[in-house]
Write a protein that binds this ligand. Structure first.
Ligand SMILES: NC(=O)c1ccc[n+]([C@@H]2O[C@H](COP(=O)([O-])OP(=O)(O)OC[C@H]3O[C@@H](n4cnc5c(N)ncnc54)[C@H](O)[C@@H]3O)[C@@H](O)[C@H]2O)c1
Length: 254
């Protein structure tokens, strides 16, 4: 199997519809040992229930807003796995009121919160876990096309995703000297808890599916397939890239 002998983390998962859960399951199906993250004790109960049926999965708890939790995670990873071969950042947050209407209304603290949780968290996470990443590890983060296009209602999260994608490129430079690759995966809109925070998600999904070059539905499993490729040695020459998983929607002009 593609990921036999590999170990890694997928952070974080809310429920069975989370993109992270599809990624964790796919990695496990391909032979990996997978740590699955929950943001807090309440969410951990759900994650514990999900991982229970999977022999090579275990739950971890981490809130990216707290450096001490990132350090504690690093210690836990060192004790549990030694080194890890992949790290998936699959988390974002913005205030609901900043995900609808006019972007110009975004408050200072709403802007800072979105950037901190959704973009800076990748930098802090990579720094905290740098010592436990194997020399040929693969890091990936979930972004969205709203980073480079003005997508109605996506607003401050688009700005946060732009910062996330730029961070991926700088991290790819820093960590590349050790053979560690860092990439962005950019799914099209998929119905999840986080996505439902963006006003008009249903229309976004219909719009993208009606205009994308590929006419087959895409969802969590298509994103997970791309992540398995990025975790595997097949992608050993790929770093700093944005890989879109949106049926090709991002290339469409008219
Ligand atoms: N669903 C989509 O349409 C879509 C499209 C493109 C990109 N993405 C991205 O995919 C990733 C996963 O989102 P999802 O759609 O699976 O939704 P989800 O709600 O299932 O997952 C979002 C996760 O972010 C975590 N999170 C939020 N604040 C956090 C914090 N302070 N510390 C740690 N974790 C925190 C939540 O606990 C949750 O598990 C996000 O980065 C999202 O922006 C989603």
């Amino acid at each position: 199997m593609l990921l036999d002998g590999k170990k890694g983390l997928v952070l974080n998962v809310t429920n069975k519809n989370s993109i992270g859960w599809a990624v964790a399951r796919a990695a496990h199906d391909h032979g990996a040992e997978v740590g699955v993250g929950a943001q807090d004790a309440r969410m951990r109960e759900k994650v514990e229930a999900l991982v229970a049926d999977h022999p090579r999965m275990r739950a971890h708890t981490v809130d990216f807003s707290f450096d001490d939790q990132l350090e504690a995670l690093a210690d836990e990873v060192r004790a549990t796995y030694g080194k890890i071969d992949f790290l998936v950042h699959s988390a974002a947050f913005a205030k609901r009121e900043d995900l609808s209407g006019r972007f110009i209304e975004t408050s200072r603290d709403g802007f800072q919160l979105a950037i901190d949780v959704s973009a800076y968290s990748l930098v802090a996470l990579c720094r905290a876990l740098e010592g436990v990443l194997a020399d040929d590890a693969s890091v990936m983060a979930m972004s969205y096309l709203g980073s480079t296009r003005a997508v109605g209602n996506y607003n401050v999260m688009g700005v946060a995703k732009a910062a996330l994608e730029s961070s991926v490129r700088y991290l790819a430079g820093d960590l590349g000297v050790r053979g560690i690759r860092v990439n962005t995966v950019s799914p099209g809109p998929i119905n999840t808890v986080a996505a439902r925070g963006v006003k008009g998600l249903g229309e976004m999904i219909d719009y993208v599916h009606s205009r994308a070059p590929l006419k087959r539905p895409f969802g969590q499993d298509e994103v997970a397939g791309t992540c398995v490729y990025l975790m595997s040695d097949l992608s050993r020459g790929v770093s700093g890239q944005i890989v879109f998983v949106d049926d090709g929607y991002n290339i469409v002009g008219m």
